[in-house]
Ligand binder design. Structure first.
Ligand SMILES: [Fe+2]
Length: 230
């Protein structure tokens, strides 16, 4: 099982603050059956260029790996959660921010109603053939944007991820079912930031998906994990 969205790399962003906390987060995920974890630290283009981000990320990764003991840890893949910015679709070398070994670029869109230029730029990025856009936690945008906007982006090739916290909340069961039934969601992630808040918790979400989205849900997650990660 895969956790495609985490902030586990120590000291990279507002996620884990130490190697020790990162290792605890990884063990917690492993205990829930997760065997692959993608490390998607925040990337903010207005604060940092990709070179500096990648260098910092490598250092954090090396620190994390050197702290690993004999315990059973999930396999780690490097990635980034790229915060949308004007010009993202024209950024040379943006594919360097894709999830390791895949063409998936995790994109975080603004938590608002998306204006025309944001949509146009997202479509441009999704269709120019360099990357496959993977929209992070679409559950956060549902209250600002109608479902047909997500369907339009999906038809242009964008893949989508929901957060485990959304899926495990029983209040969202109808929406959960409808998202999977319409084929909008391919991935789930914990978006975990630490051991105290936004914790690495995925098992209850998978149970809810199994219960309310049935085959449309769990088999979609399996299919896309196999497609890109195995
Ligand atoms: Fe995140």
């Amino acid at each position: 099982m895969l956790d495609i969205h985490t902030h586990i790399l120590p000291g990279m962003d507002d996620g884990s603050r130490s190697v020790r906390e990162s290792l605890e987060m990884l063990r917690t995920l492993r205990g829930q059956g997760v065997d692959t974890v993608v490390l998607t630290s925040h990337f903010y283009a207005e604060e940092e260029d990709p070179d500096s981000f990648l260098e910092r990320r490598q250092k954090a990764y090396d620190r994390l790996v050197s702290g690993m003991d004999g315990d059973d840890y999930p396999k780690l893949l490097l990635g980034a959660e790229v915060c949308y910015y004007i010009g993202v679709s024209r950024t040379e070398g943006i594919e360097r921010l894709c999830i390791e070994g895949t063409p998936l670029l995790m994109l975080e869109l603004p938590k608002t109603h998306w204006d025309r230029s944001t949509l146009e730029e997202t479509i441009e990025l999704a269709t120019d053939g360099r990357v496959i856009v993977l929209l992070a936690h679409i559950d956060r945008y549902l209250e600002y944007n109608k479902l047909d906007i997500f369907e339009m982006l999906s038809m242009r090739g964008a893949l989508m991820q929901i957060n485990a916290g959304f899926a495990e909340n029983r209040k969202n069961r109808r929406m959960l079912k409808s998202l999977f039934r319409s084929g909008l969601v391919q991935f789930i992630g914990t978006d975990c930031h630490g051991m105290d808040i936004r914790t690495p918790r995925i098992a209850p979400a998978l149970e809810m998906i199994g219960r309310y989205a049935g085959d449309d849900g769990l088999s979609a997650l399996d299919f896309y994990e196999e497609e890109f990660f195995i």
